[in-house]
Ligand binder design. Structure first.
Ligand code: PEP
Ligand code: MN
Length: 337
């Protein structure tokens, strides 16, 4: 539920309401939406008595949130959430571009690639160190060494970095090295991982599961927020359908739908969605036109030789062309790139 206090509510009144909510077993989440003090309350709905709370001095109103996801809903917070990582904002008027290779491979490749991508307009550098591969015989990533390489590139180039945590065991290590922790599609409903992410001081980039409904996706984000980490970025990365000409099917309509239902930023990964480098530019343009707050793109200096996902990785020239074409779309829909 959402508890909104009167503008004139005193500190003492706020404290008394907070105390009552805690006695009822509720957890308080501060909501930064309006000038009045607002509290998102989660917990066992059978012990949280809305009428009792609404009778407390200083309370303006108590609203039940009818959606299954609460903290992520627009009812709880109408204003867009902007996730901040250093100087980079994710979710504002300015679009956010995350680019880099699927996996961290070499020191030189990461440093030179990162520098070039930043010059071409990337805001964040990506690279997997712990890779969730379909086959156990595929390259599994460099592990902690990969994170070191990525963190060194961040210092050298001054660009925030993103990498995936595949399990609760490796989460602490990833948290130590990177600015944003990615939770991959296959782990979208790994509830222990989501709970660990909820306790993290780092923003979480949560990818949609390959067969997850919008509601399941938002409930996965809710796990992270319920733990107290409100910096969640949603990433549409394609879902499984019967079509066999792309790796997955990019669900374009999920973008305006998510933007309607949640205040969290929504970005799109056309690389994993399509599995085809020839589709990256059109799908990126469509995503921005549909209201996405940014993109995550796999780029590799020599895609044919990439240790993972080469067929969907684009070259730097291709990335440069993508940025050029995106600027036109961004302008047309009132966004900045
Ligand atoms: C990735 O971004 O490297 C990745 C593995 O993506 P997904 O979890 O969406 O397959
Ligand atoms: Mn990949």
């Amino acid at each position: 539920m959402l508890v909104v206090m009167n503008d004139s509510a005193t500190k003492r009144e706020i404290n008394r309401v907070s105390k009552l909510i805690k006695e009822m077993g509720g957890r308080i989440h501060p909501i930064s939406d309006e000038t009045a003090v607002s509290m998102g309350i989660t917990g066992d709905e059978s012990t949280l008595k809305a009428d009792e709370i609404s009778r407390m001095p200083g309370v303006r109103n108590v609203n039940d949130i009818l959606k299954p996801y609460k903290l992520g809903s627009r009812e709880m917070k109408s204003k867009d959430t902007v996730v901040k990582v250093g100087k980079v904002n994710i979710g504002g008027k300015r679009l956010t571009i995350i680019a880099g290779s699927c996996a961290v491979e070499t020191v030189e490749g990461t440093n030179e690639g990162g520098r070039l991508l930043q010059m071409l307009g990337a805001d964040l550098l990506r690279g997997g160190a712990f890779k969730p591969r379909t086959s156990p015989y595929s390259f599994q990533g460099l592990g902690e060494r990969g994170l070191e390489i990525l963190a060194d590139a961040r210092e050298l180039i001054n660009i925030p970095v993103v990498s995936e945590a595949v399990d609760t065991e490796s989460f602490d290590i990833v948290e130590k090295y990177v600015d944003i922790i990615q939770i991959g599609a296959r782990n979208m409903q790994n509830f222990s991982l989501l709970k660990r992410a909820g306790k993290s001081y780092r923003p979480i980039l949560l990818k949609r599961g390959i067969s997850a409904t919008i509601s399941e996706f938002l409930l996965a984000a809710e796990y992270i927020m319920a733990g107290g980490n409100y910096n969640v970025i949603l990433c549409e990365r394609g879902i499984r359908t019967f079509n066999d000409y792309t790796r997955f099917t990019l669900d374009i309509s999920s973008i305006p739908e998510l933007k309607k239902l949640t205040h969290l930023p929504v970005i799109v990964d056309p690389s994993h969605a399509s599995g085809r480098r020839d589709l990256i530019i059109p799908l990126s343009k469509a995503s921005i036109a549909a209201g996405a707050d940014g993109l995550m793109i796999e780029v590799h200096p020599d895609p044919e030789k990439a240790l993972s996902d080469g067929y969907q990785s684009i070259t730097f020239e291709h990335f440069s062309e993508l940025m050029k074409e995106l600027r036109i779309i961004a302008k047309a829909v009132g966004r900045i790139l």
